[in-house]
Write a protein that binds this ligand. Structure first.
Ligand SMILES: Cc1ncc(COP(=O)(O)O)c(C=O)c1O
Length: 438
């Protein structure tokens, strides 16, 4: 349809008045840890889509799905209403009866990291599976292959790991391990869109991968996410689970895509029962809308520029903190890893003349945002303490416990432009110089 010239001009004017050219006021405006960056094009796409008033999944979802599919080199992409929903669908798909003997059952174990965001862990427990937690290595904030190997038992059926803060874990070796032991691999790439390992995009190494488009992430659709699927079989199950559990695959607003709507036969149902109302999975409704996808398409075209800004900000912070390495464990990536950093993670060493709390309070007073490592050691969070489905290694979780008490991260996101970056560097240096001479 396209916007009329009048409307386009009005949207552009609104963008300029409301969002553009706002000079940064140091010490007054926040330097965000994460946040959306967008131009008038996102507003135009949203207004145009709103005026079409399709509202549910439609042509924009189809296009956004296909753009992600070719960029990430996966068999299929299923859009969702959040990254958490994508994680829930990924684990639930592995528990589907459609997989027959290959499916995960109650009591089976899934290896996952103790350090991280709760909704990587939650779907394991929500499906009645046991979460076998593994420790992380400070610096990469991911588990090593040896941590994962040590957690394997005869009940282990899957590995579900996030690439922490956009930094790849040893996904090639973890995949080999999974192949050797017949385990499913799910990659939570919610914080890692655009990152790769050995030139292959993260999220495309596992049987399933997940993305989040919440505003904190590499691109945004407001709420939103996706499941990346490496087989048509899993994609079909994920799609059905997302769409109420139905067997039919018609897009919203369409009927009889299979042209056999009244010709199917399912045991227990009357012959020719409407395919639209045949349910083969115990499903949810976790779909994305076209309004979200319309924003996503424009945002995806900006990803290369966003990645450059993230890289510039990461390098600038790294250059500064390298001078103070005696007090911090600095971030590192593994050989072959091409991170797309979500943030700049640091661990304050015991010998530093200040605590994490001192440093983040100072940064807060300068209106520079920081974040802890999500839930830290999730096993210590009220929701999971003493949960019989949460298994901790006999050697404990020393790396994750250290991250709980001493790690945090600074922003590198696309919303941090050069003036914000310079201000952040200047404030950090002032603090570190002052504590160094105190
Ligand atoms: C690693 C990871 N997985 C999953 C999620 C959940 O994504 P969403 O907020 O879109 O539900 C997040 C959220 O930030 C995350 O960091």
């Amino acid at each position: 349809m396209g916007l009329s010239e009048d409307l386009r001009q009005a949207v552009r004017r609104h963008y300029t008045e409301r969002f553009a050219n706002r000079a940064f006021r140091p010490g007054v405006d926040w330097v965000p840890v994460s946040g959306k960056a967008f131009g008038p094009e996102e507003l135009e796409a949203l207004v145009e889509c709103a005026l079409e008033f399709w509202l549910t999944a439609g042509p924009h979802c189809r296009r956004f799905e296909s753009q992600l599919r070719s960029m990430l080199r996966v068999e299929a992409v299923v859009l969702t209403n959040s990254g958490s929903s994508a994680n829930l669908l990924a684990v639930s798909a592995l528990c589907s009866r459609s997989l027959g003997d290959r499916r995960l059952r109650e009591g089976d174990e899934v290896v996952t990291a103790a350090l991280g965001f709760p909704t990587t862990l939650n779907p394991i427990l929500q499906n009645g599976l046991t979460a076998s937690l593994v420790d992380c290595r400070l610096g990469t904030y991911n588990p090593d292959l040896s941590d994962i190997e040590a957690a394997l038992t005869p009940r282990t059926r899957a590995v579900f790991l996030a690439h922490c803060l956009g930094n790849p874990f040893e996904v090639d070796r973890v995949r080999e391990l999974c192949e050797e032991y017949g385990l499913f691999l799910i990659e939570d790439a919610c914080d890692a869109l655009g990152a790769s390992f050995d030139g292959r995009p993260l999220g495309s190494w596992g049987d399933l991968g997940t993305l989040s488009f919440y505003p904190a992430h590499h691109i945004t659709t407001g709420e939103g996410g996706a499941v990346l699927c490496q087989s048509g079989e899993l994609a079909g199950i994920v799609r059905s689970l997302r769409d109420w559990g139905r067997h039919c695959w018609c897009e919203p607003g369409h009927d009889n895509t299979c042209s056999r709507r009244y010709d199917t036969a399912f045991p227990g149902l009357p012959e020719g029962y409407d395919h639209k109302y045949v349910y083969s999975e115990i499903g949810y409704n976790l779909k994305m809308t076209d309004l979200q996808a319309a924003i996503g398409e424009v945002q995806l075209s900006r990803l290369p520029d966003f990645a450059k800004t993230r890289e510039r900000n990461f390098r600038a912070l790294d250059g500064l903190f390298k001078e103070y390495e005696e007090w911090f464990i600095l971030p590192r990536s593994i050989q072959g890893g091409e991170p797309s950093w979500f943030g700049y993670p640091l661990t304050v060493k015991d010998e530093a003349p200040f605590s994490r709390q001192d440093f983040i309070r100072y940064l807060d007073s300068k209106r520079i945002g920081t974040r802890l490592m999500f839930g830290g050691n999730l096993a210590r969070q009220p929701a999971y303490r003493d949960n019989p489905l949460v298994k901790i290694p006999p050697s404990g979780l020393p790396g994750t416990d250290k991250a709980l008490t001493s790690s945090f991260w600074l922003g590198v996101c696309q919303a941090i432009d050069e003036p914000r970056l310079s201000y952040m560097l200047q404030c950090i240096e002032e603090f570190l110089r002052a504590v160094g001479t105190a």
